[in-house]
Every structure is written in C-alpha cells, then in structure tokens.
Design a protein around this ligand. Structure first.
Ligand SMILES: [Zn+2]
Ligand SMILES: [Zn+2]
Length: 339
C-alpha cells in the first residue's frame, strides 16, 4: 500500500509498505478516505513543531471506513464511516481516571507523537472511532478540526447572553467562533488580516470584526460592548505578544481561554488579573463527547462545514502540492487530501 512519510523537515516521500495485519482485540483496521491538513502538519513540515521526531507519518484529521474489527469491538462494524479521535490516551493516569482523556499524561496523538493517517490503511483502538453515517468523508475529517474549538467553547461554558471575543482567525479560531455562535453568543473577532476578517463576517456570520492593525483593540472592544468588555475571551493565536495582551480584554468576572500555545512563558500583571477576578483556562485537544456533539450538530445543520475546505489534492499529488499550502498567500484555510 501507499504511504506518505515526512522524513525530515521539508521532505515528504511517497513509499510502498506492507498493509497492516488483522486488528488485535479492541482494535479496528480502517481505510483512509480523507485527510485534513492543519497547522500542526505545516509546522512539522517546516521543522517548527517542538518535540517532533522524524520520520513521521502525518495525518490526524481523518475520515475513514472500517474494513475489519478485532475481538471485543462493539462500537463499530465493518463498513461504518467514521471520524477519528486521534488522541490515544493511556486510560489509567489521573487525567484519564477523571475523564479528561484529552490531557492524558502519556497522550499519543496520531500523526504527531505516533504515526497517523497519511496511508491507505492503518489500525487503531476502535474506541477512538466515531461512526457518522450521515456525514460525508470530508465532514468526517473536519470533525477533529472543529473539535478543538468546540472543546474550548464547552470549557468556557459559553451562554447565549455572553459576548465572546476570539483572537486569531486561523482554523482553530474559526472553529471557536462557529461554536460560540451556535451557543447564541455575540461574537467579536480580532485579527490583523483583513481577508480573514471578511471571511469571518461573510461565511461564519460573526457579529463584529476588529482589525488590530488599524485600530486599538481595547478601544474597539469598549465601543462594541458599551464599556463592559467581553465576558469570555479565546486566544487562538499561539502568539506570546497576543497572549500577554489578552489579559486586558476580558470583562470583570470574565474568562480567558488559551487554545493556542507557544513554547515559552506568558506573563501578566497580577493586579489587573486580581481586580477582575479572571478565570484563566487552558484548552487542549478535545473529548469523545465533543466528537459526538459535533457529529450531531453537523447532521442537524446547526454547524455548516461548507466554508471550510479551500484546497484539495489527491493522495498521489500531496508530495508536490503540500509545500504550496505552507504559503499563507494562497488563502488556505483547510486543504483536504482524497484517497
Ligand atoms: Zn489539526
Ligand atoms: Zn492517561
């Protein structure tokens, strides 16, 4: 079978390999139909993903079909179309015991810490498959992207009367906006890219946009919220300057959620934090429940996936096409690989 492996930064190789053997108890063998490409893959390709080891088979946003199941598998059957929850957790650590499988102490994310889905077939724990017969394979692969934003919005317990600020209009920010809107919140987006801001307004129905390159963000937030400031702020930039500045934006009594991350320290002014009695939340990966929720929201039409896919390539063209997706000028939001 064909596999695509990232041998070192900048070098993807199309290779032949033996197909996997039959699934072990608790496992499923799947055929991969769609692979979404995201920032993690781009950073790994560019050699900028911290703690990333090469060679690695990328691919963690997957739409798959079950082709065999091992003993003791009851949640999926042969022929099922599924979304993959790529966060393989240990099931025994303190986080796992408390249901926080997304931040397992020994987490192995497919396509990051262990080989992922950029191959025709692979086996994985069947418990990480989410059947979604009514979704297309494209939509099945998008569920993981959406899950990062969905989980953050669930963490923050966004309510219909909330005013929500999302900083950063990349895919993670876009997902957070979609789920905050779905909750009925008023949503403001802050970015410095006018094209992305317009996209948020036209395609996602975001209520207010602020271009931080053209106006003072704090002044704009005060104007939009009649001086209150947003009750909930999501930083989806992973930019240390943005993250440090974001402590100025939540309302008194508000929440600040860091979805993006960078390798370093974030500092903040304690009196500012204390005076507002802020709640600071990290948000990592997503839970099984987020996948279930997203699948039903897509099925019912409450989450629209049509704006997401901007680029496509066949599996055989990935090696030549992939480098073009690393260029932000191409306007790529989500590239989808078909096989
Ligand atoms: Zn991703
Ligand atoms: Zn664990």
């Amino acid at each position: 079978m064909n596999i695509i492996r990232l041998d070192e930064p900048g070098r993807l190789t199309l290779l032949q390999s033996e197909p996997p053997g039959p699934p072990q108890p608790g496992e499923a063998l799947v055929r991969v139909h769609r692979i979404g490409v995201c920032g993690t893959d781009i950073h790994a390709f560019a050699g900028k993903q911290p703690f990333f080891s090469y060679p690695r088979i990328l691919g963690h946003e997957l739409g798959v079909e079950v082709i065999a199941v091992g003993d003791d598998v009851s949640n999926v059957r042969v022929g099922d179309r599924c979304s993959v929850e790529p966060y393989i957790n240990c099931q025994t650590c303190i986080a796992c015991r408390r249901g926080k499988t997304n931040c397992c102490t020994d987490i192995r994310v497919l396509g990051v810490h262990t080989d992922g889905g950029m191959r025709e077939q692979f086996t994985l724990p069947a418990r990480k498959l989410h059947p979604c017969a009514k979704l297309t394979f494209d939509q099945a692969a998008l569920v993981e992207t959406l899950s990062i934003g969905c989980h953050a919005v669930e963490r923050a317990q966004v309510e219909p009367d909330d005013v929500v600020l999302v900083i950063g209009a990349g895919p993670i920010g876009l997902a957070a906006m979609q789920f905050a809107i779905e909750k009925g919140a008023q949503v403001i987006v802050l970015d410095i890219n006018e094209t992305r801001l317009e996209f948020c307004k036209k395609q996602l129905g975001v209520h207010f946009i602020i271009n931080g390159a053209n106006e003072n963000a704090l002044d704009a937030l005060k104007r939009i919220t009649s001086g209150d400031l947003p009750g909930c702020v999501f930083d989806a930039t992973g930019n240390p300057h943005s993250m440090a500045a974001s402590f100025e934006f939540p309302a008194h009594g508000g929440r600040l959620v860091f979805i993006g991350l960078f390798q370093g320290d974030v500092t903040f002014n304690d009196p500012n934090f204390h005076r507002r009695e802020l709640t600071l939340l990290g948000s990592r990966n997503a839970l099984s429940a987020d996948f279930t929720r997203i699948i039903s929201l897509i099925e019912s039409g409450r989450i629209d996936t049509t704006p997401w896919i901007t680029h496509r390539a066949s599996f055989m063209d990935v090696v030549s096409q992939f480098p073009t997706w690393t260029n932000p000028q191409t306007g790529v939001i989500k590239a989808m690989i078909e096989l």
